[in-house]
Design a binder for this molecule. Sequence first.
Ligand code: NAD
Length: 484
Amino acid sequence: MKQFLNYINGEFVATDTTFENCAPADNHVIGLVHEAGAAEVDAAVRAARAALKGDWGRMSVARRVELLHAVADEIIRRSDEFLEAEIADTGKPRSLASHIDIPRGAANFKVFADIIKNVPTETFEMATPDGGQALNYAIRSPLGVIGVVCPWNLPLLLMTWKVGPALACGNTVVVKPSEETPATATLLGEVMSKVGIPPGVYNVVHGFGPNSAGEFLTQHPGVNGITFTGETRTGEAIMAAAAKGVRPVSFELGGKNAGIVFADCDFDKAVAGITRSAFENCGQVCLGTERVYVQRPIFDKFVAALKAKAEGLKIGPSNEAGVNLGPLISAEHKQKVLSYFDKARAEGATVVAGGGVPAMPGELGHGHWVQPTIWTGLPETASVVREEVFGPCCHIAPFDTEEEVIALANATDYGLATTVWTENLGCAHRVAKQVEVGICWINSWFLRDLRTAFGGAKGSGIGREGGVHSLEFYTELRNVCIKL
Ligand code: NAD
């Protein structure tokens, strides 16, 4: 049976405690994951510390950039293996993983390597009280050993989104992939060895959160900073761990994102856009739209059109042609999503589409499938309007005015993303300026330029990463002041 080992100091490390990694599509056991205990996590952090003082720490930026390009090239060269691993772990459609997860996973190394190569440092000349002059200039140093704690929804992409800039800035990392998706982080260890990244620069420790590798890593005093993507509640626990030693955190957390559709939108594009933002990756995207607000004149027409789209989505296994929707990640998550389906009904929703479990043939019957689901008719206080479900579902409510919909969109503890559909540029700009989120898309969704700032407002995160913003977290800026 396949074994998913830890990767510590350039070696694959087995442990005595293993757990099963199961495929969401049919629940078959893909392999055994070797859980890292406190000792393995400690070894990984020590190896990462030592690497900072070794070849990696002494390496020129030019060589580091070259190596990170080689990592990206090697991921692309082995993209079939990465693709198979990601598909087995997540059950997502091959078309999605091959267009987004794997190529973006590779791009994250190149983009940040190029940024670090080209970023200028600031200088300021100043007059001194004695009539002379002084020159200030800034130097960036790596933050040190970075703990990277990852979710399961876009495993390689979201992990490299952190590891790419962290390594580009000269740090070393200890990665804790999600227990649900250990494969691609492990495979990346092979890539690191192959291209010559020194031992200890990239480490992987497998396991769970509490009382396991996640907690051991985030509580380890040898970790200088923690970057985390996952649930807001987990973020609270990690922030408490990081308080010891006042270590910096960068958090990308949950969302309850609004989609705002104005009556003057390009109707077909808006319907297609919301179909994607509500249902892509089976709704397991932090940026996904679970609250849709549609201006009253087109409300009924929009609900009917989205219903038709949802019912037209093809549910099935990754490799089947034309499949749009895979399974949810786990039995536990399916239970959570279905409990929200029940709550929506109990709270008085009109179920416009879905609301249950599709009949799947053969072994797929053991998988974690749910139907794409649309509700209307709920008050803003309803559970599925307030809480992040993280499934293929949305509630659609009507609105009348721009002012009203901005208030509705902002009436949440979260603040990750909004998507706005209108042909009126003035209106788009006014809404974008007032929604309390980190990312606002106009007539689009999930269109990402890796140089732009990414992150959440309110309960959706702390800090921004992307482009030069990543450098703010992954480096310490030192000002040097020379009296001339
Ligand atoms: P999760 O918080 O359950 O787990 C994320 C990671 O944290 C896992 O590796 C887990 O093992 C680890 N973990 C759990 N408890 C921990 C603890 N006490 N200490 C240390 N580590 C711990 O999240 P998930 O279910 O894997 O992912 C889904 C969530 O992630 C959703 O809320 C989604 O919105 C969010 N997300 C946000 C973004 C973003 O960019 N804002 C992107 C993707 C996912």
